[in-house]
Design a protein around this ligand. Structure first.
Ligand code: ZN
Ligand code: ZN
Ligand code: ZN
Length: 199
């Protein structure tokens, strides 16, 4: 659809059922009829055919049967725009930088690549002959393994290491926080696959 902007993944610490879908694009401006100003979406999700957005300022903006969300590609003359939403949307790269030479920047920390591979100190590995090294199932790199965990939950795990170049795609909701191994493939504990990027 014209006038859309790319959205960030709708990260959350809560469980998200599999029938909820992460939206990757959304309207440039939106508000409900009762809101006094236009906001801008940071992320969005779809459930039961209905879209719900989280604005950069924190508001949840979703449609109901009685009150559809109003969207706009540009703000009608004289109407107000939420300053938090506008500044963060520009700083995060959803919008061109404003004139005047100042460059706005806003980078949500939870979306940065992790410093350590999420396969570090976990048993998400494919053992290699010899038993002292293994291939990390999250990033594809080979690293030494160690016995870790206490006497009640001993495990052989990879040492801490930086993410390799073929780090699996993150879950749109839980990023790399909860990787698990199911039938030989890495997925998030919510059930969404975390595929290895194409070479
Ligand atoms: Zn706002
Ligand atoms: Zn790794
Ligand atoms: Zn997940």
């Amino acid at each position: 659809m014209p006038g859309t902007v790319p959205l960030l993944p709708p990260t959350t610490g809560s469980a998200v059922s599999l029938d909820i879908q992460a939206l990757t694009v959304g309207p440039r401006f939106l508000r409900t009829r009762g809101m006094s100003r236009w906001h801008r979406p940071r992320s969005g999700s779809r459930h039961g055919g209905r879209d719900c957005y989280t604005a950069w300022c924190g508001y949840s903006i979703g449609s109901s049967d009685r009150a559809p969300v109003l969207t706009a590609e540009g703000v009608p003359a004289g109407e107000l725009v939420c300053a938090t939403c506008e500044g963060r949307a520009i700083g995060a790269g959803q919008e061109e930088q404003p004139p005047g030479g100042r460059r706005l920047v806003f980078g949500p920390r939870e979306l940065q690549l992790p410093k350590n591979c999420p396969g570090s100190r976990r048993a998400l590995l494919a053992p290699l002959p010899g038993g002292t090294t293994a291939r990390c199932l999250l990033c594809g790199d080979t690293h030494p393994v160690r016995a870790m965990g206490g006497p009640y939950n001993p495990r052989i795990a990879l040492i801490q290491h930086p993410p390799g170049e073929r780090l699996v795609e993150p879950c749109p909701f839980h990023r790399w926080r909860q990787p698990t191994l199911t039938d030989g493939a890495v997925s998030c504990t919510c059930g969404r696959p975390m595929p290895t990027p194409a070479a």
